[in-house]
Design a protein around this ligand. Structure first.
Ligand code: CDP
Length: 718
């Protein structure tokens, strides 16, 4: 960070104690009005009781309605009570990046300190803290990484695990890592916070820790269901929002959708409809509306907009304006937006699913749980009575929505988690103190995969490669690709590709047929014949050479400038990490025939378990599991190449579809993972037969598979 930190002395370090009384600094008017706001929050009247409970217990569970002040106030109370003396830190985890950033910003404002110095945040690839930071909001994944290197959590006096009900894999694992740390450090405290919690289960898990409940003040919310199932949920949501805006009284609208892509589309559609509406009616009837998206990767400047007041009337005495926020489930409990009176709930969210048979995760749109639906409805009743329009029938809610969301640990691939726990020296993972135990098959699979990629040895101990991989905040397959790329003289390119795979799509998908054709044409100039990873690299290199001189270059080429910039930033962070780990950044000469094949070989070294061979039409069959998958949309120029590796799979209409594909040469498989592809132990079947043919050709020297000009061989399986 640049600039000089403002001189700040935490109040507890001053003789008279107490935050407000102690400070002799000159504060802005805003500071004093924020202090008034703080004092009116429901949690404020319980301040002393909560602190007392924390003083006398190592673990406290705190439950309170969304917006009551848990995330912003509890850490401040702890600072005020002296928990940051002697340079100790308070860490408050958030499952979502946006929430960590936004709450840190708000708290810095309330304390009248500089964000990034006294109060900071740490999210993946972005650290806004300094040596003087005493309060940090960090993602739960980030704290797991810290815990792997410092299991005693030595820099913290108090760790707060916020939004515990979200039950992300990282928060779940922190539950047990914190329990271990607490037994080793009696001066360490843990606070588990949430809006909704299975309190009994949590108290039992945390050795009967005391439960503190902050009573919430909620106004009634009228729930309105659709009389029958809607065919097109998005257009039903759009129409409902427009109807509320045109017919209902003052109050902001919050629409819940499942992901960024729909949010962008729906925001544009609502704006268009409102524009049309305002052209059709009298000037006096019109009230101003501002449509704002909200999702986890929203840039900070746009996040700010969410918290600003609704637009003013068009003229004095005119109709008040309205904010229309179109959000993912991030607005369920993570972020509190004031002024919401109407909630429109699509009933959908995107959820991770794991398919142990093909060892692959997928992200699918699913019905939310009843608990989520009720949280969403609750957003309408924080400041006055509200209405919640559910875009599903009451019967669907009753019969198809599960009571609660299944914890992520039960539906995720646990490669990263198992690698981190192995690094911590945990030997018996099956009997580890999880709050909910993942299926033993998932753990065994993860151990097996980590063994195949060389991250752990046959005795289940971490290898040197595994210890390097643990430092990368990404899936082990991807970190193996980046590390192995050094050997293949292409780690510079691998770091760029890994960064590009860590952001949402850099390709824009515009609305309308004409625009879509233009976008496809623009994108086609970047296509690499061998597939998507190299296409991504082409776009990135083109962007690097153009973005400074041609500011509208991304727009003209239907590319997402923001995601490209984020990827560029991640690439810088990853390059720093590489240099810290003494892994050189190398490149093959661009003119060399091996430039692209080296990158594809490094990819194969990381993703050899996600390789499939062509079977018929656009169907492929995966390696050891013999599962049939379909080829997804790809920039590979050849129709259905014989051998592909894929980054992810999606479930589409009952089929498993691969995405982000690269054509590879099968002979490389024997070089990158000889034990995995040892045909003496390889399961019998069509894949083995195909591999046998490849091996024979390789032994006869008929397939060098070395340069970009090689003919991609392998016998057809038809
Ligand atoms: O954690 P919890 O949901 O209990 O509440 P919080 O996040 O601490 O928020 C307390 C209050 O601060 C809410 O009423 C929010 O409206 C306000 N707040 C805000 O205005 N801006 C933020 N970035 C965060 C909170």
């Amino acid at each position: 960070m640049s600039g000089k930190p403002r001189a700040y002395i935490p109040p507890h370090m001053k003789s008279n104690g107490g935050w407000k009384q102690s400070t002799s600094r000159h504060h802005s008017r805003k500071f004093y009005s924020l202090q008034e706001f703080r004092e009116k929050l429901p949690i404020a009247q319980f301040r002393n009781d909560i602190l007392k409970s924390i003083h006398s217990n190592q673990i406290v569970i705190l439950q309170g309605e969304t917006g009551c002040g848990k995330s912003t106030q509890i850490p401040q109370y702890l600072v005020e009570a002296g928990y940051t003396a002697n340079g100790m830190r308070i860490g408050c985890t958030q499952p979502r990046r946006v929430a960590a950033v936004s709450i840190a910003r708000r708290v810095a404002e309330e304390m009248d300190v500089t964000l990034g110095y006294e109060v900071g945040y740490q999210i993946r690839f972005d650290d806004k803290t300094s040596a003087g930071t005493f309060l940090t909001y960090l993602t739960d994944g980030r704290l797991v990484t810290e815990a792997v290197h410092d299991p005693k959590m030595s820099r913290y006096s108090v760790v707060i695990l916020d939004e515990a009900h979200e039950r992300t894999v990282s928060t779940d694992i922190l539950f047990s890592l914190m329990k271990r740390a607490l037994t080793r450090r009696k001066d360490l405290k843990l606070i588990v916070m949430s809006a909704t919690l299975d309190t009994h289960k949590f108290q039992k898990y945390f050795n009967d820790a005391p439960l503190f409940q902050v009573p919430g003040k909620m106004y009634p919310v009228q729930i309105l269901y659709t009389p029958q199932s809607v065919c097109n949920c998005l257009s039903a949501c759009i129409d409902t929002v427009v109807q509320i805006h045109t017919l209902e009284k003052v109050g902001d609208i919050l629409l819940f959708l499942s992901g960024e892509e729909e949010i962008t589309k729906v925001c544009a559609a609502i704006e268009k409809k409102l524009q049309k509406y305002s052209e059709d009616i009298d000037e006096e009837e019109i009230s101003e509306a501002i449509v704002l998206p909200l999702y986890s990767l929203l840039p900070p400047s746009q996040q700010e907009e969410i918290f600003k007041p609704a637009p003013k009337p068009r003229y004095p005495g005119g109709k008040p304006g309205r904010k229309i926020i179109v959000a993912t489930n991030i607005a369920e409990t993570s972020l509190t937006i004031n002024g919401i009176v109407y909630v429109v709930d699509s009933g959908l969210s995107k959820q991770i699913g794991y398919h142990p048979r093909i060892r692959t995760e997928s992200l699918t749109q699913t019905n939310i749980s009843k608990a989520s639906a009720n949280q969403r409805a609750g957003r309408a009743g924080r400041t006055q009575p509200g209405k919640c329009y559910r875009m599903y029938t009451e019967e669907t809610y009753e019969k198809k929505f599960p009571a609660t969301t299944t914890p992520e640990i039960l539906r995720s691939n646990l490669r990263s988690l198992v690698l981190q726990l192995t690094m911590l020296g945990v030997e018996d993972l099956i009997h580890f103190d999880f709050i909910d135990h993942p299926a033993p098959e998932t753990i065994t699979r993860a151990l097996e995969e980590l063994n195949y990629i060389g991250a752990i040895d046959n005795d289940g101990k971490i290898t040197d490669l595994g210890s390097q991989m643990v430092n990368f905040p990404m899936d082990p397959y991807l970190s193996k690709f980046v590390i192995e790329a050094v050997k293949y003289n292409c780690s510079r390119e691998a770091v760029s590709i890994a960064a590009l795979l860590s952001v949402p799509s850099i390709f824009l998908k515009p609305l309308g047929h004409e625009k879509q054709l233009q976008a496809a044409l623009a994108h086609s100039q970047f296509h690499h014949p061998f597939g998507d990873h190299l296409t991504l690299l082409n776009v990135y290199h083109a962007w690097l050479s153009k973005y400074k001189t041609e500011p509208d270059w991304s727009h003209r080429n239907f590319l997402n400038e923001r995601n490209l910039r984020t990827a560029d930033n991640i690439r810088i962070q990853l390059s720093r990490l590489m240099s810290r780990l003494k892994l050189p950044l190398t490149s093959t000469d661009f003119e060399s025939p091996h430039y692209y094949s080296n990158i594809r070989k490094a990819l194969t070294a990381g993703f050899f378990m996600q390789v499939a061979v062509h079977q018929r039409k656009n169907e492929y069959i995966t390696m050891k599991d013999n599962l049939v998958v379909s080829q997804g949309i790809s920039t590979i120029e050849k129709d259905c190449p014989e051998w592909i590796l894929f980054d992810r799979v999606l479930r589409l209409d009952g089929r498993i579809v691969t995405t982000t594909l690269t054509q590879i040469s099968p002979s490389w498989l024997f070089d990158v993972a000889p034990s995995y592809f040892d045909l003496r132990t390889f399961p019998d079947g069509r894949v083995r037969d195909a591999l046998e043919t490849v091996l024979k050709r390789k032994e006869l020297g008929r397939e060098d598979g070395e340069s970009d000009e090689e003919s991609e061989s392998g016998e057809s399986m038809e």
